[in-house]
Design a protein around this ligand. Structure first.
Ligand code: DGL
Length: 269
């Protein structure tokens, strides 16, 4: 039995959508959420920056005493999970777009995929895509400014809806009936997307699968907290704790303290 926290990391606020699922499944685990909002979005940054910065912030989480890490960011997972697993001595759970569950759910076998540009061009994503050839047709599109807007707390404004309309209309016209939310920020757009497309698209995100994978890893490594543990969560941002606190309240309905942390110098861009 191990009461140490689980580190949950994202470039910004998107990982809160994964944290929500972990909190629901593992109510006795303490969570340390780190939003690297000073350097978000990662989706358009050079790949070597994403890899080096992800390693740097994960080393910080390890130094805080975390017993396991969840890389709650598809972009960071795509570019850094292998390096993290080779470097850090603790269980590391990454995320990847849910292409396989989407193919299983789709009746038309045409699946839309929204993710960051960096995720879509990564070798890991393209290997996944190739391995699923024949299961479905995948129509991939980069979400462009959606992450930046969600970072500002905008999940349903006119620009967000206009952007979604531009991205989703060609997918619907091509017969897509399922949409992969391949960036952890996008589940916060679910209500807006549903209001726009009704039940013409089923939405697939992997937050609950990640929480289950984490539970399995904790059990496997004998790292779970005792069932009577009262969790002590921490929320940290590299940019602005007040903003993280406000966003956790808006997006998760959680009233929490938050802290601003300095993890510098960042690798060169
Ligand atoms: N939330 C992240 C993801 O899942 C990345 C957002 C970004 O920083 O561009 O890909």
């Amino acid at each position: 039995m191990n009461p140490s926290p689980i580190g949950v990391f994202d470039s910004g606020l998107g990982g809160l959508s994964v944290l929500r699922e972990i909190r629901a499944l593992l109510p006795h685990e303490s969570l340390l959420y780190l939003a690297d909002s000073r350097y978000a979005p990662y989706g358009e940054k050079p790949e070597r920056f994403v890899e080096a910065r992800t390693l740097q912030v994960c080393e910080w989480l390890v130094a805080q005493g975390c017993k396991a890490l969840v890389i709650a960011c598809n972009t960071a997972t795509m570019h850094a999970v292998q390096t993290l697993r080779e470097t850090l001595p603790l269980p590391i759970i990454g995320v990847e777009p849910g292409l396989k569950p989407a193919a299983a759910a789709s009746r038309s076998k045409v699946v839309g995929v929204l993710a960051t540009a960096n995720t879509l061009r990564s070798a890991k994503f393209n290997r996944l895509l190739t391995s699923l050839e024949g299961e479905s047709r995948y129509l991939c599109a980069p979400g462009l400014d959606l992450v930046a807007r969600i970072e500002q707390g905008d999940v349903s404004g006119p620009e967000v809806r206009a952007r979604l309309d531009t991205l989703l209309t060609p997918m619907l016209d091509a017969g897509a009936d399922t949409l992969v939310l391949g960036c952890t920020h996008y589940p916060f757009l679910s209500d807006t997307i549903r209001a726009m497309v009704g039940n013409r698209l089923s939405l697939v995100d992997t937050g609950s699968a990640i929480a289950r994978q984490l539970a399995r890893k904790l059990a496997e490594h004998d790292l779970a907290a005792a069932p009577d543990t009262v969790p002590q969560d921490r929320y940290a941002s590299t940019r602005d704790a007040a903003h993280l606190r406000a966003m956790a309240a808006t997006l998760l309905n959680v009233d929490t303290l938050a802290e601003t942390v300095v993890i510098e110098p960042a690798p060169p861009l």
